[in-house]
Ligand binder design. Sequence first.
Ligand SMILES: *Cc1c(COP(=O)(O)O)cnc(C)c1O
Length: 383
Amino acid sequence: MFTPEELRIPVRGAARRRADIDLLHRFATSVQERSRRMAGFPVNLEFDYGPLAPFLSMHLNNAGSPGQASEYGLDTKPFEQAVTAFFIELAGGLPGEVFGHLAHGGTEANLFAAFVARERYPDGVLFASQEAHYSIPKIARLLRVPHVAVDVDERGAMDLTALGHEIGSRGVPAIVVATIGTTSRSAVDDIPGIRRAASAAGVDDVFVHSDAAFGGPLAEYGQPRRPWSFPDGADSVSISGHKIIGSPLPSSAILVREVDADAIRRPGVAVGSDDDTIGGSRDALSPLLLWYALRELGRDGLAGRVRHCLEVTEHAVRRLAEAGLNPTRFPGGNVVLFDRPDEEVMSAWHLLDVDGRAHLSVMPHVTTDLVDQLCADLTGGRA
Ligand SMILES: *Cc1c(COP(=O)(O)O)cnc(C)c1O
C-alpha cells in the first residue's frame, strides 16, 4: 500500500511531521480493515492494551535471569515472574522444580527446550512428527542434532508405532518433540504414549518437549482434558502469548526442569545477573502485556475462552456441513478443514491451504456471526 519511496528514511530527519502521523493512521486503518475477517491464523485479535501506551516511551530491558535484577536496573522482571508462575501452574509444574522465562516467540522457546535437552543427552536424536512446527527441523540444524520426521496417523498426530521403530532402530537417547495442537489440524501428540513407545523400544533416556504454543490451554480445558504438561510426562513445555492469549508482540513462555536449567546457566555474566536464557537484551514490554491480559482473564477466563472456541468450532462444523463443504476436525480441536473456495475468498478471510483444503482456525475473536458471514461468502449467498 506504500511505495518504498514513501517510506524511505531521509538523510535529514524531521520530528513528528504531520504527514508521517497521517501515514501511520492510514496504515492503522488498513490493518484494522484487513483484521476484521481474520479466520485462518491461530492468533487471537481480541485485546486492548491502550492503558499500557505510556510504556512505549520508557526503556526497559529484561536482560539476564528473570529472577535476578541486573546492573541495568530498569526491567519488568517481577511481571515476567508473575506471568511465568501462571504458566507453570497451568502446566502442573511445582514451584522450585520448574524454571521458566518469556522467550521472543515459540521458535525461540523450542530452541531453548532443544538446547537443554541436547545438553542432557549430547548423543541424542531429535524426533518430531512430520506435522511439527517448521521451527523444529531448523533448530535441529542449528544445534547439529540429527532429526527424524516421524509419520503421522490419519488424524495428523504422531504415529506411535512408527516412533517406536525409529527410536528402537537407533538405540540412542531420544529427544521427542510432542506437538500439542499442530498448526495445520490442531492434532495433539500423545505424551504418555510417546514414553511407552520409547520404553518398549528399549530406550530409557528420553526427553519430551511439549510444544504447546498453540494448544496448551485447549488441551487443559477441552472436554476431555488431553495430556500435555509436566504431570503427564513432559520435561519442558512452551506456550505462546500471541496465540490464544492474544498479544500484539510475539512471546512464549518456556518452562524446563530446574536441573536442566542449572546445566546451561552461566553465573553472573549477563550484566551482573545469571545467564539462563537465549536472548541477551530481552523484551520487557511483553511481560506487561501478558500480565495485564492474564490479570483480566484469570484461569477461569482462560477456560471460558477455550469453551467459547470449541462451541464456535462445533457451530462452524455444522454450518460447513450444511453448505456441503465436507468439514473435518481433530477431535476436540479448534481447526476445521473444508473444501477450498476460490482465491478471492481464501485471501479475504486469510485462509491457509492445508493439503488442498481450506483451514479455519477458531480463535477467541471468531464468533458464530463471523462464521455465518464466512459461510455466506463461501456459498455465494446460498447458505
Ligand atoms: C506458532 C507455533 C510455534 C512457533 O511460534 P512463533 O512464535 O511463530 O515462533 C511453534 N509451534 C507451534 C505448534 C505453533 O503453533
